[in-house]
Write a protein that binds this ligand. Sequence first.
Ligand code: CMP
Length: 138
Amino acid sequence: MSNRTFTMIKPDAMKNGHAGAILDRFIKEGFRVVALKQTKLSEEKAGEFYAIHRERPFYGELVSFMSSGVIVAAILEKANAVADFRTLIGATDPAKAAEGTIRKQFANSVGENAVHGSDSDENAAIEGAFFFSGLEQY
Ligand code: CMP
């Protein structure tokens, strides 16, 4: 079990001014920030990041949304990081997300769902390395 996960604060949450509140929540829940940056994905880069979903019907919509505005990307550290972070953010569809979760509080829809969280230790490492070099991780 690795102690790191990767997250993005998505364009909807950025546009709605929730980045500060969401980062504050990560930290208050015990996640240490290992790396952090604001950036914008080109359509090409968003397509590459979500290549695993290429065959899904929502792929085009996902790529277009994720490249529609700035995002915040971060690597976070805590014991049991991947599973605990997914509990903190809640179900992919905010209508199904538990009370007290970040998506329940800040997400609009299954597509525009405020935050991303890695679904496995392996993907956390791949996704973190997509945005950050080893020298950017402290
Ligand atoms: P995320 O955890 O970032 O990884 C894949 C994303 O695809 C997911 O969050 C959702 O934002 C998006 N997604 C999943 N299901 C759907 C859907 N039915 N329609 C649109 N987007 C979706």
